[in-house]
Design a protein around this ligand. Structure first.
Ligand SMILES: NC(=O)c1ccc[n+]([C@@H]2O[C@H](COP(=O)([O-])OP(=O)(O)OC[C@H]3O[C@@H](n4cnc5c(N)ncnc54)[C@H](O)[C@@H]3O)[C@@H](O)[C@H]2O)c1
Length: 354
C-alpha cells in the first residue's frame, strides 16, 4: 500500500524516529520495519492473546514478505501481566530463538504490551531495537511515543523500567476505529488532556465534535512529541502530561480499580479544574463545566464519587510529591496548563474543601 497519503511525524529524541499514522498501514509493517532494521534477519513479535488473535497474522505476513524470519510470543492480556515474570519469560524465549543485537522486537498491542516489550528491548543484550504497533487509542496517542518502558512491581505500578525509544511507531487508524467503546473512551481521556494542556483550537474541535480520528491521533502525537523533545528524561516539562493523573490515580485506587485509568483521569482533570477555580488560578470561568461537557461527549465521567478529603488521604504518597511540596498541573484556561508547586499544607487545605 502506498504511504504518501499517510502521516509521518518525526520524534526528535536522542535517537530520532517516526510515527507513521494511516488507515490500513498495518499491511506496511514489514517495509516500515525494514527501513529501520536493514540488517535484521529475525523479527520477534510480542503481543497479548487478545491482540495476537486479531492482528497477529497480518503483521506476521507483512514481516515475512519483507524477508524476516518471524517469531511470536503472546502473554495473557491485562495489567496484572505487566510483570518481571512476563519480562523474564520473553527474555528466555529471545535467547532460545537466538535473537541478536541486529534483530528487532515488535510490540503489537496496547500500553501493557508496549511497556513490557520496550522494557525487554532495553535490557536484552543491553539494548535491541523495537518497533511499536499500538492497537489501543491510549497506546497510539500516549504510551507508544516517548520511550518510557517498564513493568509493575508488587509495591506499585511502573516501578521498574528504562527509557528506551522505539525505532518506529506504526499506527493503523483502522484498528482504532474498530475498538470497543470503553477502550476508545479510555484513550479519549488522554486526547482531551492534550487539548486542555496546550492546544485551545484542538480542544474547541473536540468540543464541537469536529475532529476526525486521523486528526485526533495526529494532533495528540504531535503534542506528545513536542513535550518529549523538550524533556525526554522527565525532569521538568514532561510533568505537564500528568494533568489529571495525580488526582486520577487516587480516584482509581480509591475505587479499588473498578474505575478504569481513563475514567480516573477524566474525573482527575475535572478536579484539577475545580482546584484551579477555587484558588483563583484559572482565568476562565466555569472551566470545569466546559471540560465536563467534552468528557460527556466522549462517554467519560466527570463527577468523582470521592471527596477532596478522601483524595488527599490517598495521595500523600504519590511520587509527584517532592518533600514538602506537590507539583500540580493546573489550567489557566482550556489550552493552557502550568506546573504549579504547592506546599502540602496549602494543598491539603484547598483539596479537603473541594
Ligand atoms: N509508557 C508510557 O509512556 C505510558 C503512558 C500511558 C500509559 N502507559 C501504560 O499503558 C497501559 C495501559 O494501556 P492500554 O490502556 O492500552 O491497556 P492494555 O494494553 O492492557 O489494553 C487494554 C485491553 O485491550 C485489549 N486490546 C488491545 N488492543 C485491542 C484491540 N485493537 N481490540 C480489542 N481489544 C484490544 C488488550 O488485550 C487489553 O485487554 C498501562 O500499563 C499504563 O501504565 C504507559
Amino acid at each position: 500500500m502506498p504511504t504518501e497519503n499517510m502521516i509521518r511525524i518525526p520524534i526528535e529524541t536522542h535517537t530520532p524516529y517516526e510515527v507513521l499514522i494511516g488507515k490500513g498501514v498495518l499491511a506496511n509493517t514489514g517495509t516500515e520495519i525494514r527501513r529501520v532494521a536493514a540488517e535484521a534477519k529475525k523479527a520477534f513479535i510480542v503481543s497479548d492473546d487478545t491482540v495476537l488473535a486479531l492482528y497477529g497474522k497480518s503483521v506476521r505476513d507483512s514481516l515475512v514478505a519483507a524477508g524476516f524470519r518471524v517469531y511470536t510470543l503472546a502473554f495473557a492480556h491485562g495489567e496484572e501481566h505487566k510483570t518481571l515474570a512476563t519480562a523474564e519469560k520473553i527474555l528466555s524465549t529471545l535467547c532460545a530463538a537466538e535473537i541478536t543485537r541486529t534483530d528487532v522486537l515488535v510490540a503489537l498491542g496496547g500500553g501493557v504490551v508496549g511497556d513490557v516489550c520496550g522494557f525487554v528491548a532495553a535490557i536484552y543484550l543491553r539494548g535491541v531495537k523495537f518497533v511499536q504497533i499500538p492497537t489501543t487509542l491510549l497506546a497510539a496517542v500516549d504510551s507508544s511515543v516517548g520511550g518510557k518502558t517498564g513493568v509493575d512491581l508488587p509495591a506499585g505500578k511502573n516501578l521498574a523500567g528504562a527509557f528506551h525509544q522505539p525505532s518506529a511507531v506504526v499506527c493503523d487508524t483502522e484498528i482504532l476505529s474498530a475498538l470497543p467503546d470503553r477502550l476508545f473512551s479510555e484513550g479519549m481521556a488522554e486526547v482531551i488532556k492534550y487539548g486542555m494542556i496546550g492546544n485551545a483550537a484542538f480542544f474547541g474541535a473536540l468540543e464541537n465534535g469536529q475532529a476526525d480520528l486521523e486528526t485526533i491521533v495526529e494532533t495528540s502525537v504531535r503534542a506528545k512529541a513536542e513535550i518529549v523533545k523538550k524533556d525526554e528524561f522527565d525532569k521538568g516539562e514532561r510533568m505537564l502530561l500528568n494533568f489529571g493523573h495525580t488526582f486520577g490515580h487516587a480516584i482509581e485506587k480509591l475505587s479499588g480499580f473498578s474505575l478504569s485509568h481513563g475514567e480516573g483521569v477524566a474525573m482527575g482533570m475535572v478536579f484539577a479544574c475545580r482546584y484551579a477555580d477555587k484558588i483563583g488560578f484559572s482565568q476562565e470561568a466555569d472551566i470545569a463545566k466546559r471540560l465536563s461537557a467534552v468528557l460527556a461527549r466522549y462517554r467519560l465521567p466527570a463527577a468523582s464519587p470521592f471527596t477532596g478529603r478522601e483524595l488527599f488521604a490517598a495521595m500523600v504518597n504519590d511520587k509527584k510529591r517532592r518533600g514538602d511540596t506537590i507539583s500540580l498541573i493546573l489550567p489557566r484556561s482550556a489550552g493552557d496548563a502550568r506546573i504549579v508547586p504547592v506546599p502540602m499544607e496549602t494543598f491539603k487545605e484547598v483539596l479537603t474543601g473541594l
